[in-house]
Write a protein that binds this ligand. Structure first.
Ligand code: 13P
Length: 256
């Protein structure tokens, strides 16, 4: 199987997490992670902005990292409603999700925007998690690999390496739908992504770069997905809002 790649279990809370829920979730995860005997994975949660201060305080020293769900491409300035990577790093974020399909759709973000955001996150010394993935229409039209290739090459930050960048393959049709990619579908795309990365950043870095799967990952399907040779963890939405479920997914990583 793999490799020297350290698995990453990432939770994307999206627009969820009232103070009470955020507090419970963070303290439960912090407790489990501190007690875990040398976990074979890294863990990060990406809460919405309003509870980042709270979550960051509760996670401190636990081994669970905090990440953002988006960042502006500029460092500072007149951008009402946005947050820069510098501000997010300053409040304790060490990972930065960019280019999630919900942002690509809701905010019309293009590959070039995603690339600029990823570069800003890296400049602020965060690890960018660059999301790509095809829609059902694109898959049905036989354009799965070409769509992911285009998004990957267009969104990949200049100077991307295995330390500063993680790729998340999230088929849009599997997000929040309960429909999950089969192991064969996931492995096919992950292997194709790694092959493209080899061309873009060289085979050595490509072999070291983590590629996460996202889209209805749950305790019941995590093990077979994470066991795949080119799947290096998960980017989890719904199931990351429940500490027991999220931890059960992490345990699948521990078993790889
Ligand atoms: P779900 O796990 O809810 O399908 O969401 C996946 C996702 O979009 C993570 O970024």
């Amino acid at each position: 199987m793999s490799s020297t790649r350290r698995l990453l279990i990432a939770g994307n809370w999206k627009m969820n997490g009232l103070k009470k829920e955020a507090r419970q979730l963070s303290s439960q995860l912090a407790k489990r992670m501190s007690k875990a005997n040398k976990p074979a994975f890294d863990m990060v949660v990406c809460p919405p902005y309003p509870v980042m201060g709270l979550v960051g305080d509760l996670l401190k020293g636990s081994g669970v990292k905090m990440g953002s769900q988006d960042n502006h491409a500029q460092v500072s300035g007149a951008h009402t409603g946005d947050s820069s990577a510098t501000l997010l790093k300053n409040i304790g974020c060490t990972y930065a999700i960019v280019g999630h399909s919900e942002r690509r759709t809701d905010h019309n973000e293009k590959d070039a925007d995603v690339k600029a955001k990823a570069e800003a996150a890296i400049a602020a010394r965060m690890i960018s998690i660059v999301c790509i993935g095809e829609t059902l229409k694109q898959r049905n039209a036989g354009r799965t690999l070409s769509t992911n290739r285009k998004q990957l090459l267009g969104s990949l930050p200049t100077d991307a390496n295995a330390k500063n960048t993680v790729i998340a393959y999230e088929p849009v049709w599997a997000i929040g739908t309960g429909e999950v990619a089969t192991p064969a579908q996931a492995q096919e795309v992950h292997a194709a992504i790694r092959a493209e990365l080899a061309g873009a950043i060289g085979p050595k870095e490509a072999a070291k770069m983590r590629i996460l799967y996202g889209g209805s990952m749950k305790p019941g399907n995590a093990k077979e997905l994470i066991a795949l040779p080119d799947v290096d963890g998960g980017l989890i939405g719904g199931a990351s809002l429940n500490a027991a479920d999220f931890w059960a997914i992490a345990e699948a990583a521990h078993q790889k």
